[in-house]
Structure formats: structure tokens, C-alpha cells
Design a protein around this ligand. Structure first.
Ligand code: HEM
Length: 166
């Protein structure tokens, strides 16, 4: 039997700080809905290829009831500067997002190039996600254009590392 492959890929070096399990709280809003808060857990893990696996789940901060969840892959384009990054992510609301962007000055800035929706999903025209780490806090924002509303903030969460990188 062959040996297990190395768990890290050199192209991931600029994103290694993100690897691990993060937890915290967020808040959300959007025209036409009531503002809300949520608990969130994010896991970025590496498998030895130039991408991180990404899994997120959220819950109601008082009842603990499950809210949004999503999972996908954060891909880096090796030897690019600034580092080009791509995200593919699937959501149980019937959406699949393809985002592209770059890591610049410590901020990962991703904008959708496609958001596909199942026939029963609420369609979303465009998504922008930003992630950055400041003083050991992972900040995550999401803005979207949907339902005739132009790009407007939907989510902002602040997460602390609760488990080490793999
Ligand atoms: C932390 C993750 C998220 C949480 C906790 C969350 C939570 C919520 C909540 C509570 C609402 C109001 C629902 C209602 O009043 O019926 C909402 C609406 C909405 N969310 Fe999110 N959301 C999350 C992520 C996303 C993402 C990633 C997208 C799309 C890329 C998205 C798209 C929408 C849309 C389109 C609506 C309006 C739904 C409608 O009018 O039926 N959400 N979200």
C-alpha cells in the first residue's frame, strides 16, 4: 500500500492562517426581511492539494435550531500574485455559487461569476464575500443582489478559532 500523501500543498501557504475550526456569532439583514442573529461554525481543512475544503453551519443563537449551512472548496491558483482564489459552494436553499477573486492586503475578496438555482429556490443574481483575519478574529461578510435589490449587505460574522489547523 502506498504512503499517505502530504497533508499540505505549498500553494496554500498564504491561506494557512485560515485552516482550522472557527466559531462565533453573526448578524444579518436585507431589504424586506427582519434583522436576525446567528451562531456559526466554519471549518477549513487541507488534504494535500491546492484547495481547502470548506464547511459552514449556522444556528439560532437562542434556540440552537439549525439555520443556513453550506459546503464547498476554496481553490487557489498556484504562483499568482496577488493570489487568485476561487470558491465553489453548494447551499441547501437550492443555490450553487461560483466565486472568483483574490487575496489582497490580507483580505480575501470573492465575487460570484455564476449563481445557479434549482427551480424552487429563491434566485440570487450576485454574491460578494469578504474574509479577513484581524487580531485572531476571522471576519466574514456577504453581500448579495437578489429580488431586484442591488448589491446590499446580508451577513457579517466574527469567529474565533476553536480547534487547531489539521
Ligand atoms: C450565515 C448564513 C446565512 C444565514 C444565517 C441566513 C439567514 C437568512 C434569514 C434569517 C433570512 C430571512 C428569511 C425569511 O424571512 O424568510 C434570509 C433571507 C435570504 N437569504 Fe440568507 N442567510 C444566510 C446565507 C445566505 C446566503 C449564502 C445566501 C445566498 C448566497 C442567502 C440568500 C438569502 C435570500 C435570497 C434571502 C431572501 C429569501 C426570501 O425572500 O425568500 N442567504 N437569510
Amino acid at each position: 500500500m502506498s504512503a499517505a500523501p502530504p497533508r499540505s500543498h505549498p500553494a496554500l501557504a498564504p491561506l494557512l492562517e485560515m485552516v482550522g475550526t472557527w466559531e462565533g456569532e453573526g448578524s444579518g439583514d436585507y431589504p424586506g426581511i427582519s434583522p436576525f442573529r446567528y451562531g456559526e461554525r466554519l471549518v477549513f481543512a487541507q488534504v494535500g492539494r491546492p484547495f481547502l475544503t470548506y464547511a459552514q453551519r449556522t444556528w439560532h443563537p437562542e434556540s440552537g435550531a439549525p439555520m443556513h449551512a453550506e459546503s464547498g472548496y476554496l481553490r487557489v491558483v498556484p504562483e499568482t500574485s496577488p493570489l487568485r482564489v476561487e470558491l465553489v459552494v453548494a447551499q441547501p436553499t437550492g443555490l450553487v455559487e461560483v466565486d472568483e477573486g483574490e487575496l489582497r492586503d490580507g483580505v480575501l475578496d470573492l465575487v460570484s461569476t455564476a449563481v445557479a438555482a434549482t427551480s424552487t429556490a429563491t434566485p440570487v443574481d450576485r454574491v460578494r464575500r469578504r474574509l479577513w483575519i484581524e487580531n485572531d478574529v476571522l471576519h466574514v461578510t456577504l453581500a448579495m443582489a437578489a429580488g431586484g435589490v442591488s448589491e446590499t449587505d446580508h451577513l457579517y460574522s466574527r469567529l474565533h478559532r476553536v480547534a487547531a489547523a489539521n
